[in-house]
Design a protein around this ligand. Structure first.
Ligand code: AMP
Length: 281
């Protein structure tokens, strides 16, 4: 496995593969890798000839009071995990390499689907994601790009601008990887105290309970209220509990496939999760 820290170096590493018309798979990450990230790498390994993983903590997707400075940076450990998972090239650029010294005057902003859920509490977040992902797509020029359904709204935003801007690649969504107790794996889980870590799976449990209640005919509004109540009782400060269509349109009834979304804070750690639920025939 090679590690490249410059755009030029990455191009030099990838050019022979491009010339030989190899299929290039790309997995963008912010590092501090866990099994969730590695499932994307394994999926890429299966579909592609060359697997590129980027590790870049992107400053412009963090708000002023968010955790950019404290975000865990564990490049050495990440490299070992990536080598084992079958990655060919790690791209780990500096902020300067990605953004240069002169000011950036271009933004990429997806409307409507960024205006609620995480977009409400994190203004500018999805613009920052759209800009960095577009830059990375242009730098790597992959055939396939892999993203986790854990960040469902992010995946929808990326699919949208790839379609709207005719970016020539295919986006592949990969299912959420969870700990044994149901907690969705996340680099931010490392911020949780021992006690908070024990409480955190309540998110998944309340989503599972919601699924069962919906299948038994309970009203969607009541089910959402019950999730909120369960989280509040467990000590979370709820940001949102919402139901949407898979395309993120608002919905009042469970009469088609829906996605339940949760964002809640435990202490100072903000956790998100979601669950796709189909009516049984
Ligand atoms: P991050 O490093 O948090 O920016 O995540 C990089 C990629 O890994 C994103 O596409 C995430 O959606 C994906 N990812 C993170 N956690 C998980 C998980 N538990 N299961 C599946 N994919 C995940």
């Amino acid at each position: 496995m090679k590690t490249e820290t410059t755009i030029q170096g990455l191009a030099a590493s990838l050019n022979p593969a491009r010339a030989a018309r190899k299929i290039i798979g790309f997995v963008p990450t912010m590092g501090n890798l866990h099994e969730g990230h590695l499932s994307l790498v394994r999926e890429a390994r299966q579909l592609c000839d060359v697997v590129v993983v980027s590790i870049f903590v992107n400053p412009i997707q963090f708000g002023p009071n968010e955790d950019f400075d404290n975000y865990p940076r564990t490049l050495e450990q990440d490299s070992q995990l990536l080598a084992e998972a079958g990655c060919d090239i790690v791209f780990a650029p500096s902020v300067e390499q990605m953004y240069g010294k002169s000011p950036r005057l271009t933004n990429i902003s997806v409307s409507e689907i960024t205006e609620d859920l995480c977009g409400l509490q994190r203004p500018g977040h999805f613009d920052g994601v759209a800009v960095v992902v577009t830059k990375l797509f242009n730098i790597v020029q992959p055939n396939y790009a892999f993203f986790g359904q854990k960040d469902y709204q992010q995946l929808a935003v990326i699919r949208q601008f790839v379609r709207d801007l005719n970016i020539p690649l295919e986006v592949i969504g990969v299912p959420i990887v969870r700990a044994e107790d149901g907690l969705a794996l996340s680099s931010r889980n490392g911020y949780l105290s021992e006690q908070e870590r024990k409480t955190a799976p309540v998110i998944y449990q309340s989503l599972k309970n919601a699924e069962q209640a919906l299948q038994q005919g309970e009203k969607l509004s009541e089910v959402l209220a019950n999730i909120k109540a369960a989280l509040t009782q467990a000590g979370f400060v709820v940001d949102y509990v919402e139901a949407r269509t898979p395309e993120l349109q608002k919905i009042d009834e469970f009469n088609q496939e829906i996605v339940l979304f949760v964002a809640a804070k435990l202490g100072s750690t903000r956790l998100i999760d979601n669950m796709q639920i189909k009516p049984t025939a």
